[in-house]
Design a protein around this ligand. Structure first.
Ligand code: 5GP
Length: 202
């Protein structure tokens, strides 16, 4: 059986990562990697589903014991991908979605060169700004912080394999595009060793 693919989806606030991921998960071919974090849960969070909420101490000891596939400190909190869970999903043949930021994405690419790195973006910075303001869930200060961070994050976009734009109301299309990328990767020679031997085997 083929190992699953590691799919990393990064995107700034307002890119619609959550919605696009829901479409991908609905296909049944993907498992969402539940990260560990030291940040406080928000009302929409469920422990063990959106994140594993753990203490700073626990997080540091997991790093120490090699339990994190990657990790980063973001806005004063630690975020990381639990290694064991990720490896189990890939071994089962399912594709794994890592919804992580750019620093972690690059760490994963170093360890798993076959990982697919996708940058999901709103169609433009202007649209991103409008989405964040329309959402109305954050203070002006937070909005400005997130917008400033986007500029920093996009400086690393060359480390990514693909960019997918999520146009207003067209999140299904963005998910379709990601499915097309996965499908192309699965047809690659790299993912299909011994083509000749298998062809003549029966
Ligand atoms: P939030 O606190 O808004 O849920 O997440 C903040 C940022 O951390 C987002 O960009 C999110 O993608 C990223 N993030 C979530 N989990 C992980 C993780 O396990 N590793 C890394 N490197 N980033 C993560």
């Amino acid at each position: 059986m083929k190992k699953g693919l590691m799919l990393i989806i990064s995107g700034p606030a307002g890119s619609g990562k959550g919605t696009v991921n829901k479409h991908l998960l609905a296909t049944g071919d993907f498992v969402y990697s539940v990260s560990a974090t030291t940040r406080a849960p928000r009302p929409e969070d469920t422990n063990g589903v959106t994140y594993h909420f753990i203490s700073r101490e626990d997080f540091l000891s997991r790093i120490e014991s090699g339990g994190m596939l990657e990790y980063t400190e973001y806005c004063g909190n630690f975020y990381g991908t639990p290694r064991k869970e990720a490896e189990e999903v890939l071994a089962s043949g399912k594709n794994l979605i890592l919804e992580i930021e750019v620093d972690g994405a690059q760490q994963v690419k170093k360890k798993y060169p076959e990982a697919i790195l996708i940058m999901l973006l709103p169609p433009s910075f202007k649209v991103q700004e409008r989405r964040l303001r329309d959402r109305g869930t954050e203070t002006e200060e937070k909005i400005l912080e997130r917008l400033a961070r986007t500029r920093e994050e996009l400086k690393t976009v060359d480390a990514y394999d693909y960019v997918v734009y999520n146009y207003d109301g067209r999140d299904k299309e963005a998910a379709q595009q990601i499915l097309a990328i996965v499908s192309a990767k699965n047809s690659s020679i790299e993912r299909n060793p011994s083509v000749m031997e298998k062809y003549f085997a029966d």
